[in-house]
Design a protein around this ligand. Structure first.
Ligand code: AR6
Length: 169
């Protein structure tokens, strides 16, 4: 299994599945969520609305994940997960975001999955802990996922992630 850390815009990333740092409404927002819906077009939102109607009338709980198509994005699927809010929610829920997103992607048959740094924007999670939890989460990826990318929006975060990866061995 390969794990890559790079900087870029995840909406442009060619992977079988890209992960969205959504909120429990699944109806869009700012940050990477807004970017994915803007770039992917209305088909993603239509599927999200349907998921709300059928499976998650009260919203997608924090730490869980669910997939839709990817609209006009280069990816095939978007896996929406809801990260915890720093200072309010349990850190285990961030680990759960990675585990559940990988489980959902694997169930779909995704071989490659790209993640943003879940919770590290609007939800305020410290970047170093967010990176550490992401990298640990990737280590347990189920088959058939063979390639994982952590796509960092801020180029300077790549150096931070490199330092953390080195310290984690
Ligand atoms: N590609 C990759 N990473 C990105 C992109 C992008 N296009 N845009 C932002 N990031 P955030 P959260 C990075 O705030 O903290 C939304 O309103 C960003 O720099 O997107 O989980 C949702 O609707 C940061 O490192 O997600 C929720 O309400 C990381 O993505 C709430 O924000 C996550 O930042 C979720 O907050």
């Amino acid at each position: 299994m390969s794990i890559r850390v790079l900087s870029g815009d995840i909406t442009e990333f060619r992977a079988d599945a890209i992960v969205n740092a959504a909120n429990s409404s699944l109806l869009g927002g700012g940050g990477v969520d807004g970017a994915i819906h803007r770039a992917g077009g209305p088909a993603i939102l239509a599927e999200c609305r349907e998921l709300r109607r059928t499976s998650f009338p009260d919203g997608l709980p924090t730490g869980q994940a669910v997939a839709t198509g990817a609209g006009s994005l280069p990816a095939t699927w978007v896996v929406h997960t809801v990260g915890p809010v720093y200072g309010r929610d349990d850190a285990g829920l961030l680990d759960s975001c990675y585990a559940e997103s990988l489980r959902v992607a694997a169930e779909l048959g995704a071989k490659s999955v790209a993640f943003p740094l879940v919770s590290a924007g609007v939800y305020g999670w410290p970047k170093d802990d967010a990176v550490r939890r992401a990298l640990r989460g990737f280590a347990g990826a189920p088959a058939p996922v063979a390639a994982i990318a952590l796509v960092l929006f801020d180029p300077e975060d790549v150096a931070l992630a490199g330092d953390i990866a080195a310290s984690e061995g």
